[in-house]
Design a protein around this ligand. Structure first.
Ligand SMILES: *Cc1c(COP(=O)(O)O)cnc(C)c1O
Length: 342
């Protein structure tokens, strides 16, 4: 399969907010979106998005993972950017509608369909730097994706950055494009200088997360991760792993911690990134003050693998969904009048 995020289903769901109201959503052929050059998003970065997955089960239907939680998170992101907030039912309906039309394009697990709702401010006003975008476009883009680590990358190496922040405190838990722009420079610089894969941002000696994934430490009987605050993105993978971990008997220790504590723990704890795209990605080493420090013996650990399997078994339909995390979607064909554009 092609590189993650470069292949798309040939329809999107789309809705526009004009004159103070959401217009009825439509399914449209995938095509460039005409946008006025003065659109708010181009100048003032009024944009947010979500990322989650649907899986193709043996029964021929799709299951969307934690749809309603992702809808709620997108509503929070929109509100924090003062964008028009999509109604939960409308956004959930747009997702299930467009997924229903593409159920048969979803590859079998471990491949999946990556779902990317995106909201941008379209107000035509380049004088609106300190004013919200009162017009917006919301669309749901679909991308069939393969196993993130099919290339076989075993472990990641992280730079511990204890000076610069990933983003600002007021947007830390908002899934907005500007946060990735802010993290890009430090991440590329760290890759070039230290050969690391990602940067673990730890401003003011507070271990937070990387540019696009949460960070967890795992032993045989405990999971440690930063407690929720507005400085970082509240991952659904993080939340799901903590819930499953508790059921498997791990002590869940949500707390703030320092770089010093981290350095001590990696002698015996497994370390992992968590996020929808790759689920859990084991960390094999960290670089701190120019020195490379292995995480345990540098190899992926059994607890990380066990927790990842517990989550994926639910997503793939191999174990029951006792949390109500999955939304079932049956395939629906387009009416014969619908056009399909390659
Ligand atoms: C999306 C994202 C995550 C992971 O969230 P999931 O819901 O687990 O996919 C973590 N950190 C950042 C900065 C993110 O943008």
């Amino acid at each position: 399969m092609s590189q993650f995020g470069t292949e798309f289903c040939d329809h999107i769901a789309i809705a526009r907010y004009v004159d103070g109201a959401w217009q009825a959503p439509n399914i449209e052929p995938l095509a460039p979106l005409p946008m006025h050059p003065a659109a708010h998003v181009f100048h003032y970065a009024s944009s947010c998005f979500e990322g989650f997955k649907a899986y193709h089960w043996q029964d021929g239907k799709a299951r969307i993972f934690r749809l309603h939680d992702h809808v709620r998170r997108m509503q929070n992101s929109a509100a924090s950017l003062r964008l028009p907030v999509p109604e939960a039912d409308m956004l959930a309906g747009m997702v299930t509608d467009v997924v229903a039309h593409h159920v048969n394009d979803i590859p079998e697990p471990p491949s999946s369909l990556y779902i990317r709702p995106t909201l941008v401010g379209t107000l035509q006003n380049i004088g609106a730097a300190a004013a919200p975008s009162t017009e917006a476009t919301l669309f749901v883009l679909l991308s069939p994706v393969g196993d993130y680590f099919s290339s076989g990358a075993a472990t990641l190496k992280l730079l511990v950055e204890d000076e610069r922040a990933r983003t600002t405190e007021q947007l830390g838990s908002t899934k907005t494009g500007g946060n990735y722009a802010a993290a890009l420079g430090p991440t590329l610089a760290a890759k070039a200088k230290y050969g690391v894969d990602q940067v673990l941002f730890c401003p003011n000696d507070d271990v937070q997360e990387t540019g696009a994934a949460n960070f967890l430490l795992i032993s045989d009987d405990e999971i440690i991760t930063k407690s929720l605050d507005t400085s970082f993105l509240h991952g659904m993978t993080r939340d799901s792993i903590l819930k499953l971990g508790a059921e498997l008997g791990y002590k869940i220790n949500e707390r703030t911690f320092t770089v010093g504590e981290l350095l001590e723990w990696v002698k015996t704890y497994e370390a992992t990134l968590s996020g929808t795209a790759a689920c859990l990605s084991p960390v094999g080493a960290i670089v701190y003050k120019g020195e490379e420090i292995p995480v345990r013996d540098g190899n992926p650990g059994p607890n990380t693998a066990r927790l990842q399997k517990a989550l994926q078994d639910i997503q793939y339909g191999l174990e029951p969904d006792t949390h109500g995390w999955l939304t079932e979607v049956a395939a629906r064909e387009f009416l014969s009048t619908a056009t399909s554009q390659a």
